[in-house]
Design a protein around this ligand. Structure first.
Ligand code: ITT
Length: 194
């Protein structure tokens, strides 16, 4: 069975990735290898950050690995928070402050269209491969649901009546930015394994 190290400090992402990748792969988290340093993330693009995170871990461990960088792009905010989604309300903010800032900025605005974009960078046998996934939706006027993480309580994907935080994990993973990017990676891995 192929083992892949997932270069993230976000335990919610790790859980989703394990569910999406299924039983054909062994997905290791950084805790499994006792790695607990910060991973640099200084690029201004999602693909740049995904590659930076994966390369950093590859250089430290020489293990086949991958990383994901995700951004929420809101049309009425000219694509913000985008690549700055993690620290939108400022360095060291609580996550809920990010949601609060978006809800405040969209207060009274009718166009609430947004999308999650995710880029996954896989490094296998020392070579880099990028996979992208996205999902369109709208930002709700208030938080709904307790599951998921990050911006999930205010993201209503198009064609659905539940936010990502209201739907069961398998449903989010089946349509999400991360699910779509990882399905591409899965197809690639199955191809190279033939
Ligand atoms: P790593 O870099 O360690 O993987 P991170 O939480 O910093 O973890 P990102 O920079 O990719 O991850 O994510 C930017 C922010 O977007 C982050 O704060 C998340 O909470 C949020 N986010 C990412 N994926 C999300 C998802 O599926 N649903 C809701 N919010 C998400």
């Amino acid at each position: 069975m192929l083992s892949l190290l997932f270069a993230t400090n976000n335990q919610h992402k790790l859980r989703e990735v394990r569910e999406i990748m299924g039983n054909d792969f062994r997905i290791l988290g950084l805790k499994d290898i006792n790695f607990d340093s910060e991973i640099p993330e200084t690029s201004e693009t999602l693909s740049g950050n995904a590659a930076q995170k994966a390369l950093f871990i590859y250089e430290k461990t020489s293990m086949d690995c991958f990383a994901d960088d995700t951004g929420l792009e809101v049309d009425a905010l000219q694509g913000r928070p985008g690549v700055y989604s993690a620290r939108y309300a400022g360095e060291g903010c609580r996550f809920d402050d990010n949601i609060e800032k978006i809800l405040r900025e969209l207060n009274g605005i009718e166009n609430r269209k947004a999308r999650f974009c995710c880029v996954v960078c896989l490094i296998i046998d020392g070579k880099e491969h990028l996979f992208e996934g996205g999902v369109n939706g709208v930002i709700t006027k208030e938080r709904k649901g307790k599951d998921g993480f990050g911006y999930d309580p205010v993201f209503l994907p198009d064609g659905h009546h539940q936010t990502f935080a209201e739907m069961p994990a398998y449903l989010k993973n089946g349509i999400s930015h991360r699910g779509r990017a990882l399905f591409k990676m899965l197809r690639f891995l199955k191809e190279v394994d033939k």
